[in-house]
Each structure stands twice: as structure tokens, then as C-alpha cells.
Design a protein around this ligand. Structure first.
Ligand code: SF4
Length: 321
């Protein structure tokens, strides 16, 4: 009976077992690291903070955690990207922004003016704004719009969510919608949306609404140009990232094989983070095939050589004689 009593007490109270914990924050949230470390240390944990840049939930600091013997990683800012097989527990703590109501209303007022010629609006956002997306939707519906939201690919967790590498929710919405509205800050995410329909950005940080369709098209044309130039290349660097959500060695090996079949040389360039200058120092490659984050090619200018993403590799092979 006494044992049952003890078990009952144990279940009712929160027992914290001291652990070695690695904290990981994206750049914009690193300012919160010390407060979180203090909180966990006060609970008796041994805390480490990953200091390398972190770009997304594809980028989990497993190597650092292993090196210090951490039993758990707490990854802040992003929702889970994919299941990761690891002996280290990974907890995701997404960051949700709360845009003050007056800013949200002022931004959407401008967006609604821009949307005057469009009835059906495909609505997308990032995980940071997912909790306020219903407020955005209500304002659009009150303005007479029909809202379309879709669920994206395997790496997203919410209806209407986009990632820099996963705009499937926008692509699906574009089938029915007259235009796409991206709600959120910055250009990185909306530039990843294919311009199948006009794309409007409602940026609550700038308090503005602007069309980004032409910039998306410009990027697409640049990609096409890179494929054409690379098709004439002889020696390729095949970029492989060891970041857990970007690692694609089998894809890279297949690229090397297919290049060889076309009489081209391919070399696997492996690193955790891709540094354009380090890669350029080989001074050996006519072009690159990127098997890592598909947005690496956005920095086309700093590589000084054409970069073709793996998703465009089939097209590249077709162009090779
Ligand atoms: S692969 Fe690139 S775009 Fe996708 S989550 Fe990672 S850093 Fe972001």
C-alpha cells in the first residue's frame, strides 16, 4: 500500500533528472540563450550552447552534442523538419511571433488594397506566424476574399506553412487561387514560392504589402541560365552537406555516376557548412551541382560559377551533348 502511495506522489510531482543538455538557437533567437541556460542550470542540468550559425530545423547540432556527451538537444525556433534516428533526444520548441493587433490590421489593410482585383487568395506563412494566420484569414474574408490553404510537403507541420525549401502548400493553393499571399517578414521565404500565380507579401514588420512576382521570376531565369552554362562544363564539384536534414550522399553518388555517363568529371565536396570562397579556392571546377539546401544557389554571385540544384539535374542532363 505504501509503495502505491509513493508511486502516486511520484506521478503527481514533476521529477527532474539532471542531464547534459545542448541548446541550439537560430541567429534571430540567440539573444534568449543565456536566460534559458540559467533556467536549466538552476534545475541542476549541465548546459551547453551551440554557437555555430543555425539556418533551420534541417540543421541539428548532433556532432556538437555528441562531442560533449549531451543526452538531449533542445532546438529552438523551428518545428520538426523530419524524424531523426539518434541516441540523443531532440526536443523542438518552435518560436511563435505575436504581431501587435494594430500592426497586423495596418499591414493587412494595405494588402487588401493590393488584392482588389483578386477574389481567391492562397494564404501561406512560416511557423512563426502560424498562430496568427486565422486573424489574417478573418480580415481577408471580411474583405470579401475566399481563402485557400493547403498542407505542404513532408518537412512542414501545419496547413499553409512554407519553408525556404518547401513551398508545396503555395503550389497546391495556386491551382485554385487567383494569387498567393505570403504573410511574414523578409524575402527569403516568399522568394522560394514559384510564381505560378502573382505573389504578394504582407510584411507586418515593415507594415507594408508588395508584389514579389518579378523577383521570383528573375531568380527562376537565373537558375535556367545556370543550367544552360553548366551543360557546357567538363568538371563539376558536387556539393554535399553533412547537416542532418540536408545530407544526401546517395543523391550525390548518383550525380557523379550520371555525369560520368555523359563524359564529365564529378568530385564530391563534403562539409557541414558550405563556404563559397573555400569551394572556389579549389580553382578546379567549371560548375557545381548542389545536393544540400536548395537555396544555396540563391547566392549564385558569390560562387562565381554556375550552380545547379539537384532538382534541376535531370534538365541539365537533357541539355548535355
Ligand atoms: S534546407 Fe535550407 S531552406 Fe530548408 S529548412 Fe534547411 S536551411 Fe531552410
Amino acid at each position: 500500500m505504501f509503495i502505491y502511495f509513493l508511486l502516486h506522489i511520484a506521478c503527481k510531482s514533476t521529477i527532474v533528472f539532471p542531464m547534459k543538455i545542448m541548446l541550439q538557437f537560430p541567429e534571430g533567437l540567440k539573444r534568449n540563450a543565456i536566460a534559458k541556460a540559467k533556467e536549466l542550470e538552476a534545475e541542476g542540468h549541465i548546459v551547453f550552447i551551440a554557437s555555430a550559425p543555425c539556418y533551420g530545423a534541417c540543421d541539428i547540432c548532433l556532432d556538437e552534442a555528441r562531442a560533449v556527451g549531451a543526452q538531449k538537444i533542445i532546438h529552438f525556433g523551428h518545428a520538426e523538419f523530419m524524424p531523426i534516428k539518434s541516441d540523443i533526444e531532440i526536443e523542438y520548441v518552435p518560436h511563435y511571433e505575436t504581431i501587435p493587433e494594430e500592426n497586423l490590421h495596418a499591414t493587412m489593410k494595405k494588402a487588401i488594397v493590393e488584392l482588389k482585383d483578386y477574389k481567391k487568395v492562397g494564404l501561406v506563412t512560416t511557423v512563426q506566424h502560424i498562430k496568427q494566420i486565422t486573424d489574417v484569414e478573418k480580415l481577408l474574408v471580411a474583405a470579401g476574399k475566399t481563402i485557400i490553404t493547403e498542407k505542404g510537403g513532408v518537412h512542414v507541420r501545419h496547413q499553409g506553412q512554407v519553408l525556404g525549401c518547401d513551398a508545396i502548400s503555395a503550389v497546391l493553393a495556386a491551382k485554385e487561387a487567383d494569387c498567393i499571399l505570403y504573410f511574414g517578414g523578409g524575402k527569403f521565404h516568399p522568394l522560394g514560392i514559384p510564381a505560378l500565380k502573382p505573389v504578394l507579401v504582407a510584411d507586418p514588420y515593415l507594415g507594408s504589402a508588395y508584389w514579389i512576382t518579378q523577383e521570383i521570376e528573375k531568380l527562376r531565369k537565373r537558375r535556367q541560365g545556370a543550367i544552360l552554362m553548366a551543360s557546357k562544363s567538363k568538371r563539376f564539384g558536387i556539393i554535399v552537406s553533412t547537416k542532418v536534414g540536408q545530407f544526401n550522399l546517395s543523391g550525390a553518388a548518383l550525380v557523379k555516376k550520371k555525369l560520368a555517363e555523359k563524359g564529365r568529371e564529378g568530385y564530391l565536396l563534403v562539409s557541414n557548412e558550405i563556404h563559397p570562397i573555400s569551394v572556389a579556392n579549389f580553382n578546379s571546377f567549371d560548375a557545381y551541382i548542389n545536393t544540400a539546401c536548395p537555396r544555396i544557389g540563391d547566392d549564385h554571385d558569390v560562387y562565381d560559377k554556375p550552380i545547379v540544384d539537384l532538382t534541376d539535374f535531370k534538365r541539365l542532363l537533357e541539355l548535355m551533348v
